[in-house]
Write a protein that binds this ligand. Structure first.
Ligand SMILES: [Zn+2]
Length: 136
């Protein structure tokens, strides 16, 4: 059976599907790689087992989903209409844990960079922010 979409339309659809399945963390890893940074993943021996670790810069990067980690004033962090209390508690717990991890890492003199999912809309700005943080 012939495809109902012309090839260009089809490839557009397929690339969208690909994007939807791409986790923010993988996007950030690819960006760092392109920027020439070397990193390690999910170091269990550090508080919060950070997503990305750059030992040379003594820096860790957490990639946070705006909703689950309660990105303040972010439209993506808007709570669903129902069960608001449930979500609020859940997300507040995540935020507390994030803060505790960041504080513990700071005590061990690690720099902590938090990348929010919504920041991936502007890769150039994100790239600049990371470069700036790592050059300090
Ligand atoms: Zn956000």
């Amino acid at each position: 059976m012939p495809d109902v979409f012309p090839p260009t339309k089809r490839s557009q659809i397929m690339s969208k599907i690909g994007q939807r399945n791409t986790k923010p963390e993988i996007i950030v890893r690819k960006l760092l790689h392109r920027m020439g940074y070397r990193f390690r993943l999910h170091r269990q021996d550090l508080p919060g087992s950070p997503d990305i670790v750059l030992p040379k810069y003594k820096t860790v990067i957490f990639v946070h989903g705006c909703f689950w980690h309660g990105h303040s004033e972010c439209p993506r962090a808007k709570l669903p209409e129902t069960n608001q209390e449930f979500w609020e508690n859940k997300i507040e717990k995540n935020r507390l844990r994030d803060r505790r991890n960041a504080a513990n890492l700071a005590k061990l003199t690690w720099q902590v960079i938090t990348v929010w999912q919504c920041e991936l809309k502007d890769m150039e700005a994100l790239c600049k922010r990371i470069r700036h943080a790592l050059s300090g």
